[in-house]
Design a protein around this ligand. Structure first.
Ligand SMILES: [Zn+2]
Length: 173
């Protein structure tokens, strides 16, 4: 089933409202995509595949990577599913190694962050925390967001900046 950017953001919002965070595996399953955590070497991140024989999409993710990284990887592959649907069907697969060009990868990362931290939901959360875009975002709040949305602090920081909140530094710890 082909879905638009808005469709997947709406699914993400409804997942958040049901469970308190965006369940990317449930999102995939609502789209008819099967997700497998696989034993692979460390340089394998994730991949989306299409089987013509079964007319079925699959997302594979490295089971040894941290949970937040796996979630981001699955969201990234879901973004490819939305953006590069026909290409995956034609090529049979797409991944960071042999998949898209730099721009496609960048766009997939961007949509992945939007799926994990939907615009309205992040803004509501920031309002609840009594923070607006004129204030300097402190590290403690990045940590809270990272825990709430189950993303890395780096992803939380970049997403906030994209939404025009002021985060003056990145802590990689
Ligand atoms: Zn990719």
């Amino acid at each position: 089933m082909k879905v638009s950017r808005n469709d997947i953001i709406n699914l993400a919002k409804s997942s958040y409202n049901h469970t308190g965070n965006v369940d990317v595996v449930s999102l995939a399953s609502q789209l008819g995509i099967e997700v497998y955590a696989v034993e692979e070497s460390d340089d394998f991140v994730a991949q989306i595949k299409y089987s013509k024989k079964n007319d079925q999409f699959y997302i594979l993710v490295n089971k040894n990577h941290p949970h937040t990284r796996q979630r981001f990887s699955i969201a990234h592959e879901l973004a490819h599913y939305v953006r590069d649907h026909d290409k995956i069907k034609a090529k049979g697969a797409m991944n960071r190694q042999n998949g898209g060009d730099a721009n496609e990868e960048h766009q997939a990362d961007k949509l992945a962050a939007e799926i994990l931290m939907p615009d309205e939901i992040v803004r509501d959360y920031m309002n609840q925390m009594d923070v607006d875009s004129t204030q300097v975002i402190k590290h403690g709040l990045i940590a809270k967001l990272s825990e709430k949305f189950k993303v890395s602090k780096l992803v939380a920081t970049l997403r906030l900046r994209h939404l025009k909140y002021y985060v003056p530094y990145i802590e990689f710890a």
